[in-house]
Design a protein around this ligand. Structure first.
Ligand code: ADP
Ligand code: MG
Length: 446
């Protein structure tokens, strides 16, 4: 990099700072790394795609103009994202620990963030967690295979990596292998092409703990299934631990041969269920600790736990986005800001539960007619379920208070606020009500 180019960039930065103010300057321009000028293009790098896109959209033209005005021959500005950006959520696992890479016995990278400690346990996953922990801690084979199943983003891969991490640390000599079923297939196919199937088979023969992730991937892939089954049987027969994950139970694995499905169910089958509100809040609180320098109010976490119900991956992504936005714009994290940053995500999660469904479910649950819930009647046995329904509408949809009021027979938004507060208070002391609400939330989410 030429010194005069650097000098030019310093000058342009000063001009920009005066133009856009300290705050925006620190949030965006200062985060750019000037790299070089090539063929009339100024090259910068940025830490995240978010910064890159923002600068491209808002400042790139201005930077180019100033560059020309100050005497540089520049026609365009280009920004790339730095590859190994330690501390970012998008980092590759290999760089997470300053170069020290955790791998299985065959060199596949284990994500060091996925440990038993960082896994938050709740009702929906405690069984799977306990089973995984048992596998990681046992010298013997406690059950074979351990079959983990559940919807996407609920922690199956996390638990498998946690097993690997723990075994690598406590028993480094034990030969473990973690592999996605997809990778298994590709390796198998290229072994066939390269006529190295003997090698391929041999690498598994020495494995003491084999983990195959997302086994549903080999549905309808007959020769891969055959090979997988062969490997599986060989290991199980030799009392080697096998852990399998899939997005559904062994019996529901369509496209996989009956004898394989049935064999997969012989050990311990543990499912991870969709999360409930309490677990989501716990996960958010634990992830929020990673942002020690950012103040995230409890009500924002509660808001996210209530609204992002799809899966933990989206929940984490939502928190990361809000924190990144706050960091970059200098805004405090509030519910309003969260709502606007996550518009698209909230809408997608919203589709699942509507106010109509809540009203129907609540009236069923309390043996009332829908018309009674919507009526003006104030008898306690109708008014309380109505308040529960309003409360759930507030918690489970992203409708505003006036919208909710309107949907409940044209009530005022203050009535909704009152209902939400009332139920919030009662939940703490009335365990029957607390159970009702948990049950209803499950019914609605499920
Ligand atoms: P799956 O393999 O079931 O699709 P993952 O294990 O990839 O899901 O989980 C998705 C993301 O959610 C990961 O970042 C993981 O760390 C996180 N996650 C899932 N469940 C939990 C949990 N109980 N506690 C903490 N993080 C979790
Ligand atoms: Mg997974």
């Amino acid at each position: 990099m030429e010194n005069n180019e650097t000098g030019l960039w310093t000058r342009i930065q000063a001009i920009l700072k005066a133009e856009i103010g300290d705050h925006a300057f620190n949030a965006w321009i200062q985060k750019l790394n000037f790299k070089s000028i090539e063929d009339g293009t100024v090259l910068f790098s940025a830490r995240t795609p978010f910064v890159r896109d923002w600068v491209r959209r808002h400042y790139a033209d201005r930077i180019r103009d100033l560059w020309s005005r100050e005497g540089g021959k520049v026609f365009s500005v280009d920004i790339t994202v730095e590859k190994s950006s330690a501390g970012q959520q998008t980092q590759s696992p290999a760089t997470a620990r300053g170069g020290e890479v955790l791998t299985d016995s065959f060199g596949s990278v284990i994500d060091p963030r996925y440990t038993f400690d960082s896994f938050v346990v709740g009702k929906s996953n405690e069984f799977a967690y306990a089973a995984a922990k048992r596998v990681a801690e046992s010298k013997e084979v406690p059950f074979n295979p351990l079959f983990l199943h559940g919807g996407v983003g609920l922690g199956k891969t996390h638990l498998m990596h946690a097993i690997a991490t723990e075994v690598v640390q406590t028993d480094p000599k034990r030969k473990i292998m973690y592999m996605s079923a997809e990778k298994f297939m590709y390796q198998f196919i290229s072994a066939i092409r390269g006529k190295t199937t003997v090698e391929f088979k041999r690498q598994f023969r020495t494995v003491e703990l084999l983990m195959i992730d997302d086994v549903q991937f080999i549905a309808n892939k007959e020769s891969t299934q055959e090979e997988f089954f062969h490997t599986f049987n060989a290991l199980v027969d030799n009392r080697r631990q096998v852990v399998i994950s899939a997005d559904r139970s062994p019996t529901d694995l369509a496209g996989i041969e009956e004898r394989i499905r049935s064999r997969l169910g012989w050990g311990l089958v543990a499912d991870v269920h969709p999360t409930d509100y309490e677990l989501r809040l716990g996960i958010l609180q634990s992830k929020a600790l990673n942002f020690a320098n950012t103040d995230i109010a409890k009500d924002v976490l509660e808001f996210l736990a209530a609204k992002i119900t799809s899966n933990v991956r989206e929940l984490e992504g939502a928190l990361n986005r809000v924190v990144a936005y706050a960091e970059l714009t200098g805004q405090a994290i509030s519910i309003d800001m969260t709502r606007s940053v996550l518009q698209d995500l909230l809408r997608a999660n919203d589709r699942k539960v509507t106010i109509d469904e809540i009203q129907r479910q609540v009236s069923d649950y309390y043996n009332l007619r829908l018309s009674e819930i919507l009526s003006a009647r104030r008898a306690r046995d109708i008014a309380r379920p109505r308040q529960v329904a309003m409360y759930l509408a507030k918690r489970m949809t992203s409708r505003s208070l006036p919208e909710i009021g309107r949907k409940f027979g044209g009530r005022d938004h203050t009535t909704v606020i009152h209902a939400v507060r009332k139920i919030d208070d009662l939940r703490r002391t009335d365990s029957t009500l607390e159970d009702d609400i948990n049950r209803l939330s499950q019914l609605l989410e499920g």
